[in-house]
Design a protein around this ligand. Structure first.
Ligand code: ADP
Ligand code: PAZ
Ligand code: K
Length: 251
């Protein structure tokens, strides 16, 4: 079995399984910053909770967009398993062609998973700390990326910079025109973001004169996927699958 770790700006997601198709997964918060000793204890508890025998893990792969946390996670896992993790990034070999020397590892993993798991042209929408959309054509060439503030990131800025706006639950309100503060904000955050996503998908389809299969992922994908017919599939584990595939292709 392999252990796959995606270090995002909000959460560190773990997956354990034989390969990219069958993964048992859990997450911990990225913040506040954790030491290797704290992580060591957390990891041990998680294995117990998920009935995972640490001796079954034969390989570890880590992808990260939080550089200062990468080595610490690797060290804590090395202490538990005695295994040196494979740390992958946009320069790790794959069947995907991409030309950016800045692309975050999660975006690259999203491209790899999309290319290996779905035919045709794809858009991968990642509802994370940032909202990203990556376009990749049927041959495996990355066409480009959209980066926007993530839903929670934007909500936090709104609540933090105003005196009278409360934190809200991200659920669709009854009407697009709210009758109380909470419903007004829910419309802005939920229907507003759906509008942005649908608008970007339409703009990309028109500009490139191509059709795309659209996959969503990230912590909030499951909230937005049911609200639009423009997203074909939500897969919370999409990024982890990409990291797994990078491991399988480079081990
Ligand atoms: N199951 C969930 N339900 C609601 N919010 C979630 C869930 N999982 C993650 N979140 C929140 O969604 C945001 C994005 O999460 P995530 O995709 O894990 O971000 P990242 O990949 O940037 O670490 C974060 O603010 C996180 O707290
Ligand atoms: C765009 C991101 C912030 C998304 O991170 P996330 O929301 O998954 O935590 C991350 O992929 C990143 O830091 N990228 C580097 C810049 C780039 O991809 O061009
Ligand atoms: K993400």
């Amino acid at each position: 079995m392999i252990l796959v770790v995606n270090i995002g700006n909000s959460s560190i997601r773990f997956g354990v399984g034989e390969n990219h198709k069958n993964l048992t997964s859990w997450t911990i918060n990225t913040k506040p910053f954790k030491t290797a000793d704290e992580l060591f204890l957390m990891f041990k508890n998680m294995y117990e909770q998920h009935g995972i025998d640490k001796n079954q893990i034969k390989g570890i792969v880590i992808g990260s967009v939080v550089p200062h946390q990468t080595g610490i996670v690797a060290r804590a896992l090395n202490e538990i398993h005695g295994i040196e993790a494979m740390i992958v990034d946009r320069n790790t070999k794959s069947n995907v062609v991409q030309h950016s020397d800045q692309m975050g590892t999660d975006l690259y993993a999203n491209a790899v998973a999309a290319h290996e798991l779905y035919p045709e042209n794809k858009l991968i929408i990642d509802f994370g700390t940032a909202l990203t959309i990556l376009g990749i054509d049927a041959s495996g060439e990355v066409m480009g990326v959209v980066i926007a503030p993530g839903v929670i990131t934007s909500l936090k800025a709104l609540v933090g910079d105003t005196s009278q706006l409360p934190d809200i639950e991200l659920v669709p309100p009854k009407s697009s025109l709210g009758k109380n503060t909470e419903a007004c904000m829910q419309s802005g955050m939920v229907y507003g973001y759906i509008g942005m996503v649908e608008g970007l998908i339409a703009r990309i389809k028109k500009e490139f004169n191509k059709d795309f299969y659209v996959i969503s992922t990230g912590g909030l994908g499951h909230i937005f996927n049911p609200l639009t017919d423009k997203i074909n599939k939500d897969d919370k584990l999409h990024t982890l699958r990409g990291l797994c595939l990078l491991y399988e292709q480079n081990v």
